[in-house]
Design a protein around this ligand. Structure first.
Ligand SMILES: [Zn+2]
Length: 191
């Protein structure tokens, strides 16, 4: 299988234009992760490669924030041979779901498809810890942080890209009068 970034490009998942990211920043690059996640064999292969970076780390469960990262979290759990759960917002706050509880001391890897600021998955990690489980680290398919680790624990990503990102008021694409695209839903646009 080719280089992971090439896999994204082959799936036409890397879009060029003028995008409003879920973080609120503007960028000329957006990764449409569902171009990948609609192909289970591709998602499985990418997750297996990222899971290899966690070999030797005890992990009981992979937890992912709903909705966008559920597929990715599930594939990570498959690759690691662990349980897979997702947490979703209830009244705006992440909470574990009935039937997918976390046990005290359970070692949890938090999975997120795309990390820009890490906001959503950090919020989810708080809920994981509130349940008494232990966050052992964070794993992302795509790291857009530009080399920053926004987490207190270990952070591994399969693909790292650093396209320019601008606050709206300093965006040269806005200044050039290019129409702004807001891709996907709030959950779907975690680029
Ligand atoms: Zn802009």
């Amino acid at each position: 299988m080719p280089d992971p970034l090439q896999v994204l490009e082959d799936a036409q998942a890397v879009l060029k234009g003028h995008f409003l990211l879920a973080s609120g920043l503007h960028s000329d690059t957006y990764v449409q992760k569902f171009r990948i996640f609609q192909h289970p064999r591709v998602a499985e292969d990418l997750a297996r490669r990222l899971a290899a970076q966690w070999s030797g780390t005890p992990i009981d469960t992979v937890a992912a924030p709903a909705v966008g990262a559920i597929v990715f979290g599930h594939e990570m759990a498959r690759a690691l041979g662990t349980r897979s759960v997702f947490l979703e917002r209830k009244d705006g706050v992440f909470a574990t779901r009935v039937g997918m509880e976390l046990a005290k001391g359970e070692k949890v890897l938090c999975a997120e498809d795309v990390v820009t600021t890490g906001g959503s998955v950090l919020e989810m990690a708080k809920a994981v810890e509130a349940a008494g489980a232990e966050v052992v680290g964070f794993a992302a398919l795509l790291d857009r942080t530009g080399g920053k680790n926004p987490f207190a624990q270990r952070f591994e990503a399969l693909i790292r890209i650093s396209p320019p990102q601008y606050p709206a008021e300093a965006c040269p694409l806005c200044k050039a009068g290019l129409a702004l695209t807001k891709p996907g839903t709030k959950q779907g646009a975690k680029a």
